[in-house]
Design a protein around this ligand. Structure first.
Ligand code: DAH
Length: 338
């Protein structure tokens, strides 16, 4: 046994030295140090070594294991380095790194998410509705008479089926009230479509954010307070906001909301950002007539609604002069919003 150990060691070191890759190196390790490896078997034979030789043989055995393990590890490192070098061959590691540019959220997405965030903190929940609508949800249920200009073929995209691309997100008010039970407090961001002449302030596809609050005792001060708070959160507490009486078929009274826009080097001017008002009882009446329950009885509920242009909000926030910039996807424009 004493002679066997140096022989095993010599052979192991020779095989380690000539191993050409990590796999054959590992084969050597298994053959010598593995469960049934040569050195392991010798160690198992220790029990038959005469007592007086045990210490010496044990030392030889440990020394051999240590030497072989060290040689193995050193060779492994060397082989790994070779693999790394081979992988890097042909790559100039001194070249400057290629810049990976991370994308940024589109300004419209940023302002939409911010608006949603503020309104959600005030208790509004997200609601949704289809962009391909019918006349009932887009107009009739919103108390819009058949001869209203918005219903004109010249202003609205109609399908042959009689359906249309919604001209505003107000249709989501109806969709919501068809199934919800008051109190209802929802917001619905989404696209709206109109056959407008495209210019610096008009696109045929634009973005709105609708809001609706219906409960037993909603009042005009609630509407004013909510929207003033919202606009101050969005544009800062100093921002001037004004409510101008207006007409919408689905609210009474109705208002348009303007925000004072001050862009450096330009005279300050009022810019319209939203329409709003107290929900017209005729709208509740229409819902009430189609429901079996009494949830939207116009004698028992009141509410306010608003719809704002998200594109406008973005233009105000960043002083963008032409709405078309928002859909052109010019990276030189978009990367300013990082
Ligand atoms: N739907 C209107 C539009 O597109 C905006 C609007 C006005 C929405 C008054 C409302 C509202 O909810 O109450 O011009």
């Amino acid at each position: 046994m004493k002679e066997q150990i140096p022989a095993i060691q010599t052979e192991a070191l020779a095989r380690i030295a000539t191993a050409a890759d990590e796999r054959s190196l590992d084969d050597v390790r298994v053959a010598v140090l593995g469960k049934k490896g040569t050195l392991t078997l010798v160690a198992a034979g220790m029990k038959d070594v005469p007592k007086e030789d045990k210490a010496e043989v044990g030392q030889l055995l440990n020394a051999a294991r240590t030497t072989i393990t060290a040689a193995f590890e050193e060779k492994l490192r060397a082989l790994q380095e070779l693999t790394d070098r081979a992988a890097l061959a042909g790559i100039d590691v001194t070249l400057p790194a290629r810049i990976v540019s991370a994308g940024v959220l589109h300004p419209l997405t940023q302002i939409r998410d911010e608006a949603i965030g503020i309104l959600r903190r005030m208790g509004f929940a997200l609601a949704d509705g289809p962009e391909i609508e019918d006349e009932f949800h887009c107009f009739d249920a919103l108390n819009t008479p058949a001869d209203h200009p918005a219903r004109n073929e010249k202003d609205t995209f109609y399908f042959d089926s009689g359906k249309l691309l919604r001209t505003h997100t107000s249709s989501v008010q109806i969709r919501t009230m068809e199934t919800a039970t008051p109190p209802v407090r929802i917001i619905a961001p989404g696209s709206a479509y109109r056959r407008d002449e495209i210019d610096a302030t008009h696109l045929s596809v634009f973005n709105q954010l609708e809001g609706l609050y219906v409960a037993g005792d909603v009042s005009l001060p609630d509407l004013k307070g909510t929207l003033e708070y919202f606009l101050h959160e969005l544009f800062g507490p100093q921002t001037e906001v004004r409510f101008r009486p207006h007409f919408f078929p689905f609210t009474e009274p109705s208002f348009e909301i303007d925000v004072k826009l001050t862009v450096k080097g330009q005279a300050p001017r009022w810019i319209e950002v939203a329409g709003c008002g107290m929900v017209d009882p005729a709208v509740f009446e229409s819902i009430h007539n189609n429901r079996k329950d009494n949830a939207f009885n116009p004698e028992q509920v009141t509410g306010f609604a608003f719809g704002m242009g998200l594109d406008r909000l973005a233009m105000i926030r960043w002083g963008i002069k032409d709405i078309r910039l928002l859909i052109e996807n010019d990276v030189r424009f978009l990367k300013q919003f990082a």
